[in-house]
Design a protein around this ligand. Structure first.
Ligand code: UDP
Length: 365
């Protein structure tokens, strides 16, 4: 059996690493990897392939730095050709990026079944490019691998699973979260090999922040307000900020690099280093999807710099506060003690999501 995996962005490398490992353990499955090139910098791409032992891509498209339409269009054209040449049994897509949409669309039109990992997530905000991608990819996928029960419910509310007369009904499965698999798999390695002294930081003596969502970076007012709050927090505790290239470019273009004054800037860090920074942070402030969950996996309080979240369980369990970009709200959430209301729930599965995904694809080839 052949699986064609479509990747392109940092979070997808992390998600795919666990599934690729499970696929490699089944000698009857060949995985062919397409890297669209959406994220291409060495520290946003190569380092993840090396550190997480992801097989080298069989096809590298080098499509990056374009507007959404041009990027998705070129990917669609290139992936269509690859699907025709490779003739896979499944096309496997992850998450919600333009690479996910292009891969799913190319495959579905060639009648190759699409498997969507992280299906059913919703922010209920169609202003987000990611939300548009998710909704469309879910609709044309054959199997929807949901990370949580909330994701399954989201799909049911929208009328999923759909049945077409000439196709099998869609299958919806809650397999758990592949990023939880990754956290469990690498946790000990991180503890043993990565030391906080690498950055001259003390345990629980700093705050970790990441910022890259378009809703923040494309809105100078939001961005300025967030950085005002970060500089204020930085008076109490160092704010460590591995700066996403997109955010850096936008700040440079705005002539607003002074907003970063005093913050502990880092280049994007590799996955294992990032887990160490997360584990020992006092608080994580972020607009990243993955980091909200990882904060919970590492039992670190999170303040989310967005107006909504797809990972609602982190909020209901008391580990995550959704505050948007308002300076006062950020500061008050940062200073407000957390109340962890439910420590016993395990909403992200049992750490075997990758295995369950691979087994399903193999048994339904
Ligand atoms: N991450 C990383 N290095 C960094 C920033 C993030 O390894 O400098 C990891 C982080 O631990 C998480 C993933 O990247 O596993 C989240 O990706 P990102 O925030 O880019 O995307 P999102 O999750 O918002 O889609």
């Amino acid at each position: 059996m052949k699986i064609l995996t479509i990747l392109g962005a940092r979070p997808q490398f992390i998600k795919a690493a666990t599934v690729s490992r499970a696929i490699a353990a089944n000698q009857n499955i060949t995985e062919v990897i397409v890297h669209t090139g959406q994220h291409f910098d060495a520290n946003m791409s190569d380092v993840f392939f090396e550190q997480l032992d992801i097989p080298k891509p069989n096809h590298s498209l080098g499509i990056a730095n374009l507007n959404h339409g041009a990027m998705t269009g070129r990917m669609l054209e290139a992936i269509e050709l690859i699907v025709e040449i490779e003739r896979p049994d499944w096309v496997l897509v992850y998450g919600d990026t333009n690479s996910t949409l292009a891969g799913a669309l190319a495959a579905a039109k060639l009648h190759v079944p699409v498997a969507h990992v992280e299906a059913g997530l919703r922010s209920h905000n169609l202003a987000m490019p990611e939300e548009i991608n998710r909704v469309l990819v879910d609709r044309i996928s054959s199997v929807l691998f949901c990370p949580t029960e909330t994701a399954v419910e989201n799909l049911h509310v929208e009328g999923f699973p759909f049945t077409e007369s000439k196709r099998k009904a869609q299958k919806i499965l809650n397999v758990g979260d592949v990023m939880y698999d990754a956290t469990l798999y690498y946790r000990e390695k991180v503890r043993e090999n990565i030391l906080l002294t690498e950055w001259g930081l003390d345990e629980k003596g700093y705050v970790l922040c990441t910022l890259h969502r378009a809703e923040n970076t494309d809105n100078p007012l939001r961005l300025e307000s967030i950085f005002d709050a970060l500089r204020e927090i930085n008076r109490d505790l160092p704010v460590v900020l591995p700066l996403h290239p997109r955010t850096k470019n936008l700040l440079e273009r705005l002539g607003a690099m002074r907003w970063l004054d005093g913050l502990r800037l880092l280049s994007p860090v590799p996955y294992l280093e990032m887990q160490r920074l997360e584990m020992d942070a006092k608080v994580i402030l972020t607009d990243s999807g993955g980091m909200q969950k990882e904060a919970y996996f590492h039992q670190v309080p999170c303040v989310t710099l967005r107006d909504e979240t797809e990972w609602v369980e982190t909020v209901t369990m008391g580990w995550n506060q959704i505050v948007g970009s308002n300076r006062e709200k950020i500061l008050s959430a940062f200073h407000r003690p957390q109340t962890h209301v439910n420590q016993t729930l395990q909403p992200y599965g049992a750490g075997d999501a990758a295995l369950r995904i691979t087994d399903y694809l193999w048994n339904n080839r």
